[in-house]
Ligand binder design. Structure first.
Ligand code: PFF
Length: 457
């Protein structure tokens, strides 16, 4: 009685949807900062090498498991080995936890985008720090200044697209937004390098700089930051690539598609650095160490930069539209991964499944939203709700899931489980290297990421 599984209509559709998932806030607010802090071109180089080895191997693994089993994560791992059902469950929890808080941040982006488009960025620029704090702590007056309102709006937009299904929703949205995102990135990147005074920032971003390496610890830190960033950026171990793989056509080339996804994601990260690092350095008096990561960079520093830049209001509007597309294609993928579990497990229809996920997300997202305001006194492991959800998934659950996946593929189901699937629709050039990676190198790297996350926390 099983319904026919949805598929992407074409390989391009699949690659754009997967790249849409990968390209997100990680590329825009984490990568530029890491590159600026860790030796510019040195970081870029280390990142690209890891991306095309470690990242690619894990990506091929997830996509192949999805396509071979034609199931979402819960069924897929169980089908590979009946004792690994728990891994599917653990994996399904990750997007369920991430989607709500990611959409809270998506709501912040939407608010900023609308303010810039409506030419109201003056309010933000006047005192961007207080504006942001009042906004996210839900203290500002009026519902359009209320972060909860924007979170719900972002969640509704994501939900409507997922309701439309794989081809008409996920694929179509990606086909429209991803090319625009690339155009915007290139356009803003070109514009920002024409701003007077950007040369020192450009140098900082592009010229290899080894001076930050003073001990072995700094080298280890460089490698671990690049690995961690890659892992986050490629949307690995969060059920997404596996789910999208399960929608991929049997004759579409897995290796080629995976390489394209990695290149796309790395390119956008690189361009993000181009549009962010040089102007920030130019406008903060030339001190590159003042570049911060995360919300502070995007919602506090950049509005100040836009306010000083010629044509900054337009650049700001275009920039937040770009971030909105990046966040939306990622949130769609998170939601689709959860919906897919409900579809497979409970055999309900897409509308019901999507609405159930919507309700769960509104509840958890509201906690994250109010956790910076009225619920600020509640702390989990010393963190507000949003930071707790982020920590538990990204720093703890995801590396564990990826290690277990490598063990399952490397030693229990054996690498041929993946290799056979790749070979069905194309070549697998580095098969031997893949085996070594998935069995030995990747688990060691992942264990190092996990340990460093736990130690740093
Ligand atoms: N890979 C996306 C990004 O870089 O933003 C999506 C994502 C990664 C979402 C990690 C959530 C997350 F915790």
């Amino acid at each position: 009685m099983s319904e026919k599984r949805d598929t992407f209509s074409s390989r391009v559709g699949f690659v754009l949807a997967a790249a849409g998932s990968a390209v997100g806030l990680g590329n825009l607010w984490r990568f530029p900062y890491l590159a600026a802090q860790k030796g510019g071109a040195v970081f870029l180089l280390v990142y690209v090498i890891f991306a095309l080895t470690f990242g690619l191997a894990l990506l091929i693994t997830e996509i192949s498991i999805g396509r071979r089993t034609r199931l979402s994560c819960i069924g897929a791992y169980k089908k590979m080995n009946s004792k690994f059902g728990f891994l599917g469950l653990l994996t399904a929890l990750v997007p369920t936890i991430i989607l709500p808080y990611y959409s809270v941040i998506g709501g912040w982006v939407t608010k900023y985008g609308v303010s810039y488009i409506a030419n109201q960025s003056g309010d933000i620029a006047k005192d961007s720090e207080s504006f942001f704090t009042n906004f996210i702590t839900v203290q500002a007056n009026g519902f359009t200044n209320n972060a909860l309102f924007w979170f719900i709006l972002f969640m509704v937009i994501t939900t409507v697209i997922v309701l439309l299904g794989v081809q008409k929703g996920v694929e179509k949205a990606s086909k429209i937004m991803m090319p625009l995102l690339i155009l915007l990135s290139i356009g803003i990147g070109i514009y920002t390098i024409t701003i007077p005074g950007v040369v020192s920032g450009l140098k900082y971003y592009l010229v290899p700089n080894f001076s930050f390496i003073k001990s072995f610890k700094d080298v280890a830190d460089l490698f671990l930051s690049a690995l961690g960033q890659l892992f986050y950026s490629l949307s690995l171990a969060m059920a997404i690539m596996l789910t999208y793989g399960s929608y991929m056509k049997k004759d579409d080339d897995i290796q080629k598609s995976s390489v394209q996804i990695v290149v796309f994601d790395s390119l956008v990260a690189f361009l993000a650095g181009f549009m962010i690092v040089p102007p920030v350095v130019a406008f903060n008096g030339g001190d590159p160490t003042k570049i911060n990561a995360g919300p502070g960079l995007m919602f506090v520093t950049l509005p100040q930069v836009f306010a000083q830049m010629p044509g900054g209001k337009i650049v700001g509007a275009l920039f937040f539209i770009l971030v909105f597309f990046a966040a939306l294609t990622s949130s769609i993928s998170l939601m689709e991964a959860v919906v897919s579990v409900f579809l497979d497990k409970f055999k309900i229809n897409r509308t019901v499944a999507t609405l159930i996920v919507f309700v769960i997300s509104i509840v958890l997202g509201t906690l994250s939203c109010l956790g910076y305001g009225p619920l600020g006194h509640i702390k989990l492991l010393g963190r507000e709700f949003l930071d707790f959800f982020d920590f538990i998934t990204n720093s703890v659950m995801m590396p564990i899931i990826a290690i277990l996946t490598c063990i399952l593929v490397g030693f229990i189901a054996k690498p041929k489980f993946v290799e056979e699937e790749v070979l069905k629709s194309g070549e697998f050039k580095a098969k031997k290297a893949y085996e070594v990676m998935v069995k030995y190198i990747a688990p060691i790297f992942l264990a190092a990421i996990l340990i460093s996350n736990l130690v740093v926390s």
